[in-house]
Design a protein around this ligand. Sequence first.
Ligand SMILES: *[C@@H]1O[C@H](CO)[C@@H](O)[C@H](O)[C@H]1NC(C)=O
Ligand SMILES: *[C@@H]1O[C@H](CO)[C@@H](O)[C@H](O)[C@H]1NC(C)=O
Ligand SMILES: *[C@@H]1O[C@H](CO)[C@@H](O)[C@H](O)[C@H]1NC(C)=O
Ligand SMILES: *[C@@H]1O[C@H](CO)[C@@H](O)[C@H](O)[C@H]1NC(C)=O
Length: 380
Amino acid sequence: MMKILLLLLVALDMIERRVEVVARLKALEEAATPLVAFLQNASAVQELRADKQYNLQMLHDRYQIGPEQIEALYQYAKFQFECGNYSGAADYLYQYRALCTNSERSLSALWGKMAAEVLMQNWDIALEELNRLKEIIDSKSFSTPLNQIQSRIWLMHWSLFIFFNNENGRTQIIDLFNQDKYLNAIQTNAPHLLRYLATAFIVNKRRRPQFKDFIKVIQQEQHSYKDPITEFLACVYVNYDFDEAQKKMKECEEVILNDPFLGKHLEDSNFSTVPLRDEFLENARLFVFETYCRIHQRIDMEVLAEKLNLNYEEAERWIVNLIRNSKLDAKIDSQSGTVIMEPNHSNVYEQLIDHTKALSGRTSKLVSQILEHAQAQSAR
Ligand SMILES: *[C@@H]1O[C@H](CO)[C@@H](O)[C@H](O)[C@H]1NC(C)=O
Ligand SMILES: *[C@@H]1O[C@H](CO)[C@@H](O)[C@H](O)[C@H]1NC(C)=O
Ligand SMILES: *[C@@H]1O[C@H](CO)[C@@H](O)[C@H](O)[C@H]1NC(C)=O
Ligand SMILES: *[C@@H]1O[C@H](CO)[C@@H](O)[C@H](O)[C@H]1NC(C)=O
């Protein structure tokens, strides 16, 4: 009996709320109608020009549309957004911005427009809005520096949706996050974003000149933030701890699969043939290999295989091909199962590393081909 009463009360409450929402929608719709009717009339819209002042005057003189009706359009758009009608919201917010004279309001409409595009998964348009927002945030004056930092952090969080759904996003995320002002905001208030920047650096085909400085940031921030991905970089580039790096590589795989942005590609990507996880692991191996070669003269194949998270045959093929293709001056002694670097090893390693840097695009493609090949062969 109590339960039924409770349910009835809940139902009544919901009906009441629905009535409220519908009433609000009606009121907003009414207030916005003059402007919406104008905007829906194609021949009327033709009267608009590129000049905002002219348009406002024209709307006022010919259609009796003033600031009140324009404000109503904003409220109506906001309401559409809250009801989940993102296409309606995006259209109205776009039109609102064309008529709005208040820069704060216009900025908030732009945030809404970008969010609506993200929620509709219109990634290209969302990226354009993101860039518009960035330009405004970087140039406008804020009441306090912290407000500006907050805005940048919001922007970066939204950008994750866009970048990890965009073909060039893994490069673009570095361009945005690694800018001084944005990296500063991350270090100040959002160190968890380092994961995405670190991943982007690792999967990027072209090793970035900023990479060295980024390692320093990882090192600095170790106390405020770390996860397997940033720890992996610290193992390879700060501590030279390859056993730990290998453990971290396995953990990284878990992290990527469970991360809402990084793991996403596995199910529903149409543009990236290589899932981010695979690309990450291939490049991570290359990182380990490069650094390991830099500090060893004689490398036990078995140990190397372990460091690369490959089985012995895969590792051997990988190394043979890498040596052959980058003309690395090294030999494989099959009997003892070691890779022996030639006497001029330091030169050779530097060469290899420079070579790998310069040709890293080609090299990582090569490495992935080698690995695919190796896997295909070992599957036989
Ligand atoms: C559309 O606008 C034109 C020009 O302002 C006007 O003549 C026409 O009546 C309008 N059409 C509708 C359906 O309101
Ligand atoms: C969404 O908004 C547009 C523009 O106002 C409107 O035409 C459409 O009917 C709305 N859709 C829903 C489901 O309310
Ligand atoms: C991927 O492409 C296929 C075929 O072109 C299409 O049916 C599918 O909806 C697309 N998936 C996504 C997530 O875009
Ligand atoms: C090592 O390199 C130097 C200069 O690059 C060269 O002069 C020397 O002959 C090399 N030594 C060997 C053993 O190849």
